[in-house]
Every structure is written in C-alpha cells, then in structure tokens.
Design a binder for this molecule. Structure first.
Ligand SMILES: Cc1cc2nc3c(=O)[nH]c(=O)nc-3n(C[C@H](O)[C@H](O)[C@H](O)COP(=O)(O)O)c2cc1C
Length: 369
C-alpha cells in the first residue's frame, strides 16, 4: 500500500519496517560486486545514530544489531540484492493507544490515518518514525564504502540548534574528524555545549527545538548528474527530504544568493593544480544539475520534534470535536543529533547511484580469481 519506498535508478534502495514492528530494514539492488563488506562496517555507522548524552535523546535506547541477510559472500558484495535489518526490541506501544484518536500536531498521524483508512501502523509513528532512518544509515554505510573506493568522502555535522549557531570557521578535516565527538554532532566542542544546553532547556519546558545540518561531499569529480529531471541537486534534495522533519534544503549560498548581485554570487573559475576550480563555492558544487568538481555543500533545516509535553489543540477523530493533547511517552527533544548520520547517508546514497550511472563506479570492482 505504501508505494514510494524505493529510491535510485542503478543503486536502488528500498526501505521497509515500522517503528514498533519486528524489524526495520533495507534492500539495496544494484550494488556493484566486489566491495568488501562486513556487518561490523555497517554496525559502526548505525552506532553513530544514538548520542551518548541521555538528556538530549528519547529514552528509547535500542541495541540495533545489524544483520546482513543476503548479497554478501566471502566478505564481498556479490552484485545480488543486499538486505540488512535491525530488530525493534525496546518497544512500548502503550502511549499510542490513547493517542490513536487524537492526531499529534506536526506529526503524520492525521495524514496517514486519512490516507490509509486507519489501517496504518500508528504505533511509535509506524513508517513515519525517525527510526526508519536506520534503513538509510545501513544503505549509506554501503554507499560510503563504495564512494571511498573512488576517493569520494561524505560527512555531515550540526551547524545550528535553535538559535545557537556554529560560527567558528573549521577546516573540512577538522569537521570530518571531530563531528561525532560531541553528542549534538557539532565539531566545535564549546559551541556543542551551548547546543546541548539549548536542547535540555527546551525539554525542561516540555517543548522541543530544531536545527540545521550541513553535509559535505568532497572529491566528487566533474560530470556527475543527469539533467533535467535527474539533476544531481534535485535528486540529493529529494533523498534529503525523505528524512522525517526536514523542511528545507539549500546548496552553497542557497537562500542568501537571492540577495546577492551576479558579480558577488558567481564563482570565478581558476586553474588549481592543473584542473579547473572556482575561487568561491556559492554554487555548492553543482552547476546545471552536474557536479563541478568543487565540494558539494548542502544544508538541511529540521523542524522541532512534533511530540511535545505542552498542551496543544487537536481534533478527536472519532467524534470530530475539538480536543486538547499533551503528548506523553519517549520522544527526542531535538531530532538533529540522530539525523546527522541519516543526512550523511542520504547524500552518499544519491551520489553512489549517480556515480554508477555516469560510469565513475564500475559494476564489478575487483575480479575474483
Ligand atoms: C532521527 C529522527 C528522530 C525523530 N524522533 C521523533 C520523536 O521522538 N518524536 C516525534 O514526534 N517526531 C520525531 N521525529 C520527527 C517525525 O518523524 C516527523 O516530524 C513526522 O514523521 C512528520 O514528518 P515531517 O515532519 O517530515 O512532515 C524524528 C525524526 C528524525 C529524523
């Protein structure tokens, strides 16, 4: 019933599972053969999802043990579909029975119930839970390994939480190596502390808070992307928008470029070590839907978590009368820290797909003797 759970043309990622069902999982069809892959590789990425600081995340802490069920033989991908799952073990659906009739403002309860005639699995948000991003992270782990084979590196970090913004200028190497050191996934630890405080303060008020994640893809060659409808930026934006709570996507100077003059916004070309580069990167690494060879720089805006303890207005769907609701249960006061590896994965999945399509990644990576 829920068509639309697959993305990609050559590296096709299909997500399945619900928040309080048996498992969440993913199948990748079209992964090139010959990529070394173990459960530990994927587990390392999944383990990055839950920050260590318990005050800034939901009390639901799952072990999330990755299982690779198919598509890997003798430590290498075979070219066959790769299916990976994690079980849902720490499930408590009791709070959702009471809320069944009272859709949470800002969540997908009302739209999903209306669209699927009440048959949707509403427990824990069902298919609309942030937990579904584990599927992305598992597929992203494979995509990132694939991209590493051709020297492409994708990494994301938290740029802002509420009004706390990372202003310090850090090198890509600093961002890459320090992004998971803090629980909020901000590479500047002083700023990370303020972000953490902002999340804790919102939670204390029975409220929630949003933020901004920046994703960088370094060393992407010139020529990745298929204009028109499969433009690289369009496809990256689409994949990023599938992460629940993402409400905005911008590349390079993004919305700020609307205020600039052409002379300010254009990135002048220059020769860098024998190849063409640009002096600035307002275009964010994509021109005309095709990668320019400059780093791809994309930011996403995530809204504050819909489920909050404060009283809100809603409608009792059984009686169609106005009602009020205080959401109880286990919720993230801010979705941003957990969304960082998902955002990184979303970009990696799309880049892997496009790099296979454009012939930068071969269908067989290494001949087996
Ligand atoms: C990693 C992650 C964790 C999330 N955790 C929660 C949560 O605990 N409670 C909640 O109400 N929403 C949470 N969300 C957000 C909802 O899933 C999302 O807002 C909802 O499905 C509606 O979709 P939309 O905001 O994209 O329109 C989370 C999102 C992500 C990415």
């Amino acid at each position: 019933m829920l068509a639309g759970n697959s993305i990609g043309k050559e590296f096709v990622v299909t997500s399945f599972g619900e928040s309080h069902g048996k498992i969440v999982g993913v199948t990748i069809d079209g992964c090139p053969a010959g990529l070394p892959l173990t459960e530990a590789d994927v587990q390392a990425e999944v383990d990055r999802r839950i920050p260590k600081q318990p005050k800034i995340v939901s009390e639901r802490i799952e072990k999330d043990k990755v299982q690779i069920l198919s598509g890997v033989f003798n430590g290498f991908t075979t070219g066959a579909p790769i299916t990976m799952t994690v079980e849902n073990k720490d499930v408590d659906s009791s709070d959702y029975e009471a809320m069944k009739d009272l859709p949470r403002p800002g969540h997908a309860d009302y739209t999903a119930r209306t669209k699927y005639g009440g048959f949707n699995d509403y427990r824990g948000g069902g298919r609309f839970s942030g937990r579904i991003t584990i599927a992305f992270i598992m597929a992203g782990a494979v995509a990132k390994k694939l991209l590493n084979q051709v020297g492409v590196d994708v990494f994301a970090y938290t740029k802002a939480i509420g009004n706390v913004k990372l202003t310090k200028s850090l090198s890509y190497e600093e961002v890459r190596s320090r992004r998971y050191e803090s629980s909020v996934r901000c590479p500047d630890l002083a700023c990370a502390k303020k972000m953490e405080e902002a999340i804790v303060a919102a939670r204390k008020e029975g409220d929630s808070i949003g933020g901004i994640i920046e994703i960088i893809a370094a060393n992407v060659p010139v020529g990745v992307g298929e204009p028109l409808f499969d433009a690289l930026d369009a496809d990256i934006a689409k994949t990023l928008f599938t992460i629940p709570a993402v409400k905005g996507v911008e590349f390079g100077a993004g919305f700020k470029s609307a205020k600039l003059k052409g002379s300010e916004n254009n990135d002048a070309f220059q020769m860098v070590g024998g190849s063409v580069g640009t002096l600035t990167n307002n275009h964010g690494g994509v021109l005309g839907g095709i990668s320019s060879g400059m780093p791809i720089v994309v930011r996403i805006a995530l809204k504050p978590t819909p489920s909050i303890a404060k009283e809100q207005q809603t409608v009792a769907l059984s009686t169609m009368e106005n009602a009020t609701l205080r959401v109880v249960g286990r919720h993230d006061p801010c979705v941003v820290p957990k969304a960082v590896p998902a955002a990184e994965s979303a970009v990696a999945i799309t880049l892997a797909d496009h790099m296979i399509r454009a012939g930068f990644i071969p269908k067989v990576l290494k001949e087996q003797e």
